[in-house]
Design a protein around this ligand. Structure first.
Ligand SMILES: Cc1cc2nc3c(=O)[nH]c(=O)nc-3n(C[C@H](O)[C@H](O)[C@H](O)COP(=O)(O)OP(=O)(O)OC[C@H]3O[C@@H](n4cnc5c(N)ncnc54)[C@H](O)[C@@H]3O)c2cc1C
Length: 452
């Protein structure tokens, strides 16, 4: 097939201010974009992909990726947020068809009152369906349900060379697998069919259990994974090699009668001074958090505080000040606890601990996409305020441990991994290259592969 320029769109295509509002969640690295396109209709997407003279474009969702995988510095972005229509829903199968820019928060708002929930959700509801597919996101139920991509039945993909292409496990199946976890590089997801999960209501039967060592965490995971749909732990990374933490586990509750009012939390109005977050304030936060949860027994909690505790403060990323922050999310093979302990030790010794340490044992379901990140092992996610070279040096030292252990880093959270670490994390990345849309690129992809 040959590329053909699409006819001019019927309605005027909106464009945005190139420098404003298009950052990633970590606000690092800073990037300036040449053009921002804001299509609201399919013919406008086709027009941008075939006619715009940009060196390359990249779809942009809600910018909840932390590093540069949703950025395309000096090139252009296609903001997908106006492609946000719910198209149809089959009550008998639970399959929802919606456009790629629909946010998880909107799916919950419309479908939870009807008894349906997302099959997999990350720790924020402010992600789009397109963004969730492109990073093949995982949630607290990875041990049971795998990744979000495993619940996608099919999608329509705008390509600059082939137009709008339907992809599912039978039709264009290679493109289907490349696009799940494909970092937005294989085309723009116009619409997707997602199989939702039947639930009784908005409540979760939750438990929190304190633990004091890695082996205690692993025992809790083993014991809980069969009985609980959702498991995850919070980790006090100032505790060094013998981590203490709180293990959270829960199931959708049969309780239906209790009145439910979703919370609307405050919003940080501007970036706070960077000195506010230091080892003393973070240590104090961790101790208070541990004490608060260590005493809790079983409880009935609303879905939003169970799945999305961070969403209760909107724009909490401004807490880290103007320099922004980095998230370090790795996976370490489970049979290498020494590597995991070494990571924690290096973090504790650096004095750059984070108050949002999250630990989870991934399940062993096969990956849904060629570049999917989750794989059997322990995944640890930590936030670090960006303090320049000091922070980057700590990350490089953590990279050594991850690489030697045969582990991997998560592109959705990354702003600085080396090409060598990307290669060892995703040894099959070259087999993904043929599926990249010739018009698409990203800052992340150029950085880790040397592509132009
Ligand atoms: C508080 C918080 C908690 C999080 N917790 C988790 C977690 O538990 N598990 C997890 O896996 N992730 C987690 N994340 C990361 C987040 O889920 C992913 O980065 C997600 O992909 C962001 O979606 P987005 O819509 O904001 O997309 P963006 O960040 O804007 O873009 C992400 C990628 O999707 C591509 N893309 C966007 N729209 C489209 C489209 N229509 N078609 C094709 N490609 C598209 C972009 O090009 C980019 O490559 C968390 C993030 C935050 C801020």
């Amino acid at each position: 097939m040959t590329a053909q320029s699409a006819a001019s769109p019927k309605r005027k295509l909106e464009t945005g201010h190139p420098t404003k509002d298009y950052v990633s969640w970590g606000r690092y690295p800073a990037a300036t974009h040449a053009n921002i396109y804001k299509p609201a209709w399919n013919d406008q997407v086709a027009f941008v992909l075939t006619s715009a003279s940009d060196a390359s474009v990249l779809p942009y969702g809600l910018g909840r990726s932390y590093g540069d995988s949703c950025l395309n510095a000096d090139r252009s972005l296609i903001d997908c947020r106006r492609l946000n229509r719910i198209l149809c829903f089959d009550e008998s199968t639970g399959v929802l068809r919606c456009e790629g820019g629909v946010a998880f928060a909107d799916i919950i708002r419309v479908f939870l009152p009807k008894g349906w929930f997302l099959p997999v959700t990350p720790g924020t509801q402010f992600v789009t369906v397109g963004g969730a597919i492109a990073n093949d996101v995982h949630g607290k139920n990875h041990h049971r349900a795998g990744t979000f991509g495993a619940h996608v039945r099919q999608f329509g993909l705008h390509r600059s060379d082939h137009g709008l292409v339907a992809c599912n496990p039978e039709l264009n199946s290679d493109m289907f697998r490349a696009t799940i976890g494909g970092l937005g590089l294989t085309g723009l997801i116009a619409w997707a069919d997602i199989k939702l999960l039947r639930v009784n209501g908005p409540w979760i039967d939750a438990e929190s259990v304190p633990f004091h060592s890695l082996s205690a965490f692993l025992d809790l995971s083993r014991e809980s994974d069969g009985r609980f749909e959702y498991t995850v732990a919070w980790l006090d990374c100032f505790a060094g090699k013998a981590p203490r933490g709180i293990f959270f586990r829960g199931n959708h509750s049969a309780a239906t009668g209790k009145a439910f009012h979703p919370k609307r939390g405050p919003q940080l109005p501007f970036a706070l001074p960077a000195w506010l977050l230091n080892r003393y304030t973070v240590k104090a936060f961790n101790s208070a958090y541990y004490r608060m949860h260590a005493k809790k027994g079983p409880s009935l909690v609303p879905y939003d505080s169970f799945f999305y505790p961070l969403d209760s403060v909107r724009q909490w990323n401004l807490l880290y000040g103007k320099q922004g922050f980095l998230q370090y999310q790795c996976v370490i093979p489970e049979d290498n606890p020494a590597a995991f302990e070494e990571l924690l030790d290096r973090i504790a010794r650096s004095g750059q601990g984070s108050f949002l340490g999250v630990l989870k044992k991934f399940g062993d379901l096969p990956p849904a996409g060629i570049l999917s990140f989750p794989r059997p092992g322990l995944t640890l996610a930590l936030d670090f305020a960006m303090r320049g070279e000091r922070t980057l040096q700590l990350m490089r030292s953590l990279d050594e441990v991850v690489q030697q252990s045969g582990g991997a880093l998560y592109p959705a959270k990354d702003a600085r991994m080396s090409p060598a670490l990307f290669e060892s994390s995703f040894p099959r990345w070259r087999s993904f290259v043929p599926y990249i849309d010739p018009k698409m690129s990203s800052s992340f992809w150029r950085r880790v592969t040397g592509a132009q």
